[in-house]
Design a protein around this ligand. Structure first.
Ligand code: SF4
Length: 324
């Protein structure tokens, strides 16, 4: 088994807000190995994007606080690095694709300027070299007529093309690790499929590791080797993709699977998960999923279930595991 490139060890992130303290990530541990594609799945508000931004050290402190745990990249705790070392890590080692390119890219600069700046700052390229490389990158991600489109502004591209520009920028310095935070959520399904196929091809060609964040289990079914399921700041299940789809153990994972159309099963109706994600400033005691769980028992309302290995490589946090 390849060695881990990225390791989260009991990571805990809090936000100090006027209304109170919000624990957005609570004791999350996971490993992403070299060349692995890891899907982090869950509803909005589960803590997926906060996890991604914590890895990139993009959370403002205050209000955010790393209240515990470590983020280890290639053997180094990234929270021990100084700003100069962290800047060198971002882009060249770890890059990120955001959900909404319109807010991640700058509307007042052309694509040539924005990608060129990254290349000149991180790789020391001249203006001419950066321009030539930007054309190559735009062509690589499938932007037609890259020589002319390079001088366009972001608003002159369609949604799918903007996401390609974002991907070109993320790949510009040949990172070893890519974080894709809901990169296809704002796109229609046909463009979604093209972007997913493009990300998959880039990952394979460049031998990168990928942390893919999404609320859609259907998307990770195609894109990922390993799947971690998050609910209300906790990692509640983790296993390889086949195991998650064929033998899910956590009621929340089952709920997610029952709420998506499956081509491998005859379903007349989809079954949604009842209720909504709990108030994270005042979460319920015990298992945070218990108000929505059809299997909830007394112990679930009192005690947080332990996240433990229930079969080789398959982890789950549920009191039902103690009864199997
Ligand atoms: Fe449901 Fe209890 Fe398991 Fe939580 S611990 S998912 S409430 S059975």
């Amino acid at each position: 088994m390849a060695e881990p490139v990225l390791e989260l060890d009991e990571l805990t992130v809090k936000f100090h807000l006027k209304r109170g303290e919000l624990k957005a990530v609570d004791g999350v541990s996971l490993k992403v190995r070299r060349g692995e594609t890891f899907g982090l799945v869950g509803e909005s508000g589960s803590g997926k994007s906060v996890t991604a931004r914590t890895i990139m050290r993009l959370l403002p402190n205050p209000p955010a606080e790393i209240a515990g745990g470590r983020v280890v990249y290639e053997g180094r705790d990234i929270y021990d690095l100084d700003e100069r070392e962290m800047r060198a890590l971002r882009g060249r080692e770890i890059a990120m694709v955001f959900q909404e390119p319109m807010s991640a890219l700058n509307p007042v600069f052309t694509v040539a300027t924005q990608i060129g700046d990254v290349l000149r700052t991180n790789l020391g390229m001249s203006k001419a070299e950066a321009r030539e490389r930007t054309v190559e990158l735009l062509s690589m991600v499938g932007i037609p007529s890259p020589h002319s489109r390079i001088d366009s502004f972001v608003h002159e591209f369609s949604g799918g093309m903007r996401q390609r520009v974002m991907l070109a920028m993320a790949l510009s310095c040949d990172p070893k690790f890519l974080i894709a935070d809901e990169p296809t959520t704002a796109l229609d399904v046909t463009i979604q499929a093209t972007i997913l196929e493009l990300i998959g091809r880039m990952i394979e060609e460049k031998g990168m590791s990928l942390l893919f964040i999404t609320h859609n289990l259907g998307v990770v079914a195609h894109a990922c080797d390993t799947i971690g399921v998050m609910y209300a700041s906790h990692l509640v299940e983790l296993a390889d993709k086949e195991e998650i789809f064929s033998n899910p153990q956590h009621p929340y994972t089952l709920g997610l699977l029952n709420s998506i159309p499956r081509l491998d099963q005859q379903q007349r109706y989809l079954t949604p998960i009842t209720g909504t994600v709990c108030n994270m400033i005042d979460p319920p005691r015990g298992c945070k999923f218990h108000p929505r769980c059809a299997h909830a028992m007394d112990v679930c309302r009192q005690t947080v279930p332990e996240f433990r290995e229930i079969a080789p490589g398959h982890f789950s946090a549920c009191h039902l595991n103690d009864m199997r």
